[in-house]
Design a protein around this ligand. Structure first.
Ligand SMILES: Cc1cc2nc3c(=O)[nH]c(=O)nc-3n(C[C@H](O)[C@H](O)[C@H](O)COP(=O)(O)O)c2cc1C
Length: 330
């Protein structure tokens, strides 16, 4: 019998498979259905920072004047009818904690370190969430913000939330940083408990027939695995917090690779949309079979075995692999 238990954000998980934040985790029915397949934890759908600020009577207009939000947010509020999303979110956390044994991670999608929403994290904790994941959604498209200023927003968010929160805090980030390794290392030193690599931004495509912008696929493909896999391998044991892998994990093999790269936990979303929720069982069964086959009794025996922390100079390692490959010597 293999033991798949892991520790992530200080929580004891039965296994390292975490259902990532998505539409399925927006309602209690989805959470209950997912829990039947025994994932290690479930991240609830994100609540937007703007929804929280709106709920506590701060006007969106004021936020806009202080430039803490992008103007498109007004389109969003024009389209939603539901004004009570924050209370519903807290209720969802409470219900999930009552109805399933799976650890529940609440999620906030944020663009600033505004005190208004940061103080709300106390209510998330009072509702019973086991941890909070902050999906910091700052696209570096603003020509008047330097890279350093953008990075500072992440540090401010991490510092402020950690000051208030008594439950563990993870940050889900993108890869748009000039020195990603240094940034991740510094962010981990703020005291956050985990980093989720990486966020998958909404992308746009162009429809050539209709000559309009269209949304690109919402779901990832298996080829999307490698960015996250490489960076988990590069950062494992070089950050002062846990690492969760996210994006492109579709098969048991993808899942095992992320653990070998050094992930403490692995998030899965698109694969569940494409294959159904019972795909959780397929991945976990594949993990157990692989562990049995390789005579591993616990995850810790092989986690990080193929991380690049084994190499003292990951950049040189990458370059040598690149040179070998393109000179036909690999
Ligand atoms: C329908 C859908 C809704 C999502 N909603 C959220 C969300 O509210 N918050 C969040 O942090 N990520 C959200 N995501 C992103 C996923 O959590 C995940 O980061 C992304 O899909 C990449 O993982 P995957 O390759 O396993 O799908 C959503 C993804 C999908 C497909």
């Amino acid at each position: 019998m293999v033991n798949t238990k892991v520790k992530y954000l200080g929580l004891e998980l039965d296994n390292p498979l975490i259902v990532g934040s998505c539409g399925i985790t927006e309602k209690i029915q989805g959470v209950e259905e997912l829990a039947k397949y025994n994932p290690g934890a479930i991240v609830l759908k994100s609540l937007f920072e703007e929804e929280i600020i709106r709920e506590i009577q701060e006007s969106v207009q004021k936020m806009y004047q202080t430039q803490s939000v992008y103007p498109e947010i007004f389109d969003f509020f024009d389209t939603i009818q539901d004004e009570d999303s924050v209370s519903k979110y807290l209720f969802l956390i409470e219900e999930a904690k009552k109805k399933v044994k799976t650890p529940i991670i609440a999620s906030i999608n944020c663009v600033s370190a505004s005190d208004e929403w940061v103080s709300f994290t106390e209510r998330i904790q009072d509702a019973g969430a086991d941890a909070i994941e902050l999906n910091a959604f700052i696209l570096p498209t603003n020509l008047s913000n330097s890279g350093k200023e953008n990075e500072q927003i992440y540090f401010d968010i991490a510092n402020k939330v950690k000051k208030i929160s008594k439950i563990p805090v993870a940050m889900k980030v993108s890869f748009y940083f000039s020195n990603l390794a240094l940034f991740l290392s510094q962010l981990s030193k703020t005291g956050i408990d985990g980093l989720v690599l990486f966020n998958r931004f909404f992308s746009q495509d162009i429809d050539l027939d209709r000559m309009i912008l269209t949304p690109a696929s919402l779901y990832s493909h298996q080829d999307d695995l490698y960015k996250s896999l490489n960076w988990v391998a590069i950062m494992a044991n070089r950050v002062s917090c846990d690492l969760a892998a996210s994006t492109g994990v579709h098969t048991p093999e993808d899942f095992i690779k992320q653990l070998l790269a050094g992930a403490n936990a692995v998030q899965v979303v698109s694969a569940l949309y494409k294959n159904g929720m019972d795909h959780i069982e397929t991945i976990l069964k594949g993990l157990e079979e692989w562990m049995n086959h390789n005579e591993y009794e616990t995850i810790d025996e092989f986690r990080g075995k193929l991380s690049q922390a084994q190499s003292l100079n990951p950049a040189a390692y990458e370059r040598v692999q690149f040179m070998k490959h393109f000179s036909g010597k690999s």
